[in-house]
Design a protein around this ligand. Sequence first.
Ligand code: AGP
Length: 609
Amino acid sequence: MCGIVGYVGDGQATPFLLEGLTKLEYRGYDSAGIAVYDGKSIRVEKSVGRLVSLKEKIAGNEPSGMVGIGHTRWATHGRPSDLNAHPHTDCTGDFVVVHNGIIENYMALKEDLIKKGHVFKSETDTEVIAHMMEELYNGDFEATVRDVLNRIDGSYSLVFMSRRDPDRLICTKQDNPLVIGLGEGENFIASDIPAIISRTRRTYILNDGEIAVIRKDSVWVTNREGEPITKKVFEVNWNAEAAEKGGYEHFMLKEIHEQPKAVRDTMSARLAKDDSAVVLDELKWNEDFLNSFHKIFIVACGTAYHAGLVGKYYIERLARIPVECDIASEFRYRSPIIDDCTLTIVISQSGETIDTLAALKEAKRLGSKTLAVTNVVGSSIAREADQVIYTWAGPEIAVASTKAYTTQLIVMFMLALYMAGIRRTLPAARIHELIGKLRQIPAQISETLEDVEPIKTFAKVYGFNEDVFFIGRSLDYDVALEGSLKLKEISYIHAEAYAAGELKHGTLALIVEGIPVIALATQKSVYEKTLSNIKEVKARDAVVIGIAAANDTELEKYVDHVIKVPETDELLIPLLTVVPLQLLAYYAAITRGSDVDKPRNLAKSVTVE
Ligand code: AGP
């Protein structure tokens, strides 16, 4: 997520802008910039890389003025560069904007503005907004902002500056955070509370659709129609560290709860409005080329590998193309059979995992076409692959991957549907139905996050067991692998995931009285078989926690506890069943007192072999 700051007051803007952006550095970013009205014009200074590069660039010549905005960018559209860094301006430099989020219809808007003679400097979606201000400005700054907002689709928090109305800032939000800090003779804007609590703890928390006009001595809030809204002052009593985590105790819990938004951001701009198709404009391959692939490899590590296993299932089931899914460190050394009709998909949250990058290079050397699914724009893997589809999960800080996993599943599902549409392996009605179900997933993840008490209890009761098993079949087995890794890596419990049908071939010897077994049973085609495997472990007095769909009334007869997730197509249910497993791992780690965000021996990105 990008960081946003704004200042209007009697003091100098630049010191607050730089201080505020520094407090937001933890969120992850790849470039930074500020814009300050100096009494005549708006001076914009920006730089790719760390904030220190921007500070060095302006050292000794800092912009002076009492109104300004600043931004740290987490790239989504357009690679990290000086030109793509925010703030962005229109052709005249009279309008300046900073943005966090995604403007879904920016391409159409940009084409229209170019036809009207606007000249764009960056590859970003954000710059479109500055040019729209220029195009639509009718002398009324606030009315023009409303007009622009009525023409854009997507998720955003936005702050506008205008040289023609230099005594104020205007800000608004939709599905992205924005707070207003209330000072004495000065007011502040920030995308996150840590940026302002050293200046004030009195804030307005903006709600979706609200528009605030901020002067040094007033904050005027209205709705989209211009009707005034009375805001309640929210006194921030968090300390700085808690504020960075948005009030959550750990980044991991914050990121688990960010999944509905991360999933929505990753998919909404890629689904046709009438649910008829997946739209992957970023894929530059034409239909004939996509039809030429007769074999796909999916290669990744850790959680990304587990997402790859689900992706394999999706592509084989929906697009009917043979897929092999490999751990990257194995793929590299097994002389995979690859030719120019092979597609190799690498999945990596960081885009820097050395084993995955090396596997990608090996696949290219052997003649494969390559596609990366990654969360970091401009990462090594993104630059090495022929094509890239980005997850738009925002920065993932906790070592244990959560929102990256669910957004990877979303991308793999959309890719499988996209291929199925091109290869005509699915009827249009089925594609339409699946896209409709896909749109419900963010709200269903939210629903799954509502009742965490039973999971907290399980974590307390079973959190001191030294061995835990996860079992499932088909997609449930793939999710069991992810649940097991989550529990292992942050609670240090020895968790093992097993294909439920495989237990009797040896591992059943380890099932003894009282051992916790997490059994996933959501896949209809193997449900009865999974029940048999549950009975096998129950016969050895294991304690079984079942994971089932909401409409399942059978499973509770055979297990000790049941966690239910909302009903959806069984292809999509991994997006929901993984959530209680993430929470179980989190609360087990809390029970055992391990370092949730930075577990022992592990790094967020494994850039060494
Ligand atoms: C997952 O929780 C782990 N942190 C780890 O397995 C991770 O998924 C793996 O190292 C791959 O990282 P990447 O997605 O950045 O390539």
